[in-house]
Design a protein. Structure first.
Length: 406
């Protein structure tokens, strides 16, 4: 049986790997597609019902050991060296059964695949972009030596890799396939402009939501309550804790009823003592939140990228972090270009003014939409990547990406 091994090193990379594995299996059910997560336990593979092979163990750093010596030392004490040795042994043991490796992440899984599996490699280079910081020379060298084809996260990066002698292409950003749109409109008539809110997925999201509500307060005052607001909470967030946080900040949260829950609405948020503005809190309907929104106030990493890719103008402002701090926000601005406006000074008043200015300028909205599509690519990247994989297994040729093909 032909086996495709998906080797990934991080939670986001596991998500991408699992989506591609599902698409490959859908195109060619006879293939044996397995996941080998190098960091963590590989939950996205389990959720997608993709068989997991190899050895997994959670590390204290959560896969971010390279971001600090302290994190790296904690992982060493927790058994990182032994885990790495065990993973290498398993890669060697399964090598004879593998027909193709899909490496997802930075150069690390590519290096492991090249050294210990020694089968054709499709490398999905998700960690670097020319818009922020291109690949180091050693990474480019490894790609030239080890990868049959490298799929970059954007076209500019693919062109830079190709100019450096790497067989590279761009099939789209798989994260654009990481959400679905069902058509749910959360009871909104859509006669008024809708402002989407993405507070992020980490612990800081609770504080971020409070900060965004101050922008909402100013937008409502400036438009005489002429806008609608809908927030998309990540599955990792606790809805009850979010409500408690907002109530401590002076907002009133009304829990949704059974019909609301069916629509993904967990609560409606109002200023204390008032019935407007109303912010609809949703969870599990990320794609629908983007779909109904005319503009997004985003303090999210992947969420902001997905909103831009769907053509929604994004307005962001740096927070105290630890994720969405000034450094991260500026890097995301470089990544998304004109698709995102970063407001660094002036607080909630300045953010509200920027939102209103964009909503009033159709030419600017069109420019931001084009930039988002250009930077993130169209949806369907997982399917396009799966077709490249299946075609290679059938023909031995790397075809199907939009750059020069041999």
């Amino acid at each position: 049986m032909t086996t495709v091994l998906v080797l990934s090193n991080g939670h986001g990379e596991d998500v991408i790997g699992a989506m591609i594995a599902q698409e490959v299996r859908a195109l060619r059910p006879s293939l044996n597609v397995v996941g080998f997560p190098l960091v963590g336990l590989g939950k996205p593979y389990r959720d997608a019902r993709i068989k997991i092979v190899g050895v997994q163990k959670s590390m204290p750093s959560g896969g971010f050991a390279k971001h600090g010596v302290g994190l790296f030392l904690r992982d060493i004490r927790a058994g990182l060296v032994g885990l790495t040795a065990s993973q290498i042994r398993h890669l060697r043991a399964c090598a004879s059964q593998v027909s193709l490796v899909v490496s997802v992440g930075d150069a690390y899984p590519l290096l492991l695949a090249g050294l210990f599996v020694r089968r054709p490699i499709l490398c999905l280079s998700t960690a670097k972009s020319e818009y922020i910081h291109g690949h180091y020379g050693v990474e480019t060298w490894l790609m030239r030596k080890l990868a049959g084809l490298v799929l970059a996260r954007d076209e500019k990066t693919a062109l830079a890799l190709a100019a450096a002698g790497v067989k590279a292409g761009f099939a789209g950003n798989v994260m654009m396939d990481g959400f679905s749109i069902t058509g749910e409109n959360f009871g909104l008539t859509l006669e008024r402009k809708v402002v989407g809110i993405l507070p992020g997925s980490r612990q800081e999201a609770y504080r971020n939501m409070v900060a965004v509500l101050e922008v909402v307060r100013r937008l409502a005052a400036a438009t005489d309550n002429g806008l609608d607001f809908v927030a998309g909470l990540a599955p990792s967030l606790n809805g009850r804790l979010m409500a408690q946080t907002l109530e401590k900040a002076g907002w009133r949260c009304v829990r949704g009823d059974a019909a609301d829950f069916e629509s993904g609405i967990i609560a409606r948020v109002y200023p204390e003592g008032l019935n407007e503005p109303c912010v609809i809190l949703t969870q599990g309907r990320f794609g629908d939140v983007l779909n109904v929104s005319n503009i997004v106030i985003g303090l999210s990493g992947t969420g902001n990228e997905q909103a831009a890719g769907l053509g929604r103008p994004v307005v962001a402002f740096p927070t105290d972090g630890p994720q969405f701090n000034v450094r991260f926000a500026r890097a995301q601005k470089r990544l998304l270009g004109d698709a995102l406006v970063l407001v660094e000074e002036g607080g909630a008043d300045a953010v509200a003014r920027e939102v209103l200015a964009i909503l009033a300028d159709s030419a600017r909205i069109a420019k931001m939409r084009r930039a988002g599509h250009e930077r993130m690519g169209e949806q369907g990247a997982a399917t396009r990547t799966a077709k490249i994989i299946v075609n290679y297994l059938d023909t031995g040729r790397w075809e199907g990406c939009n750059l020069e093909e041999e």
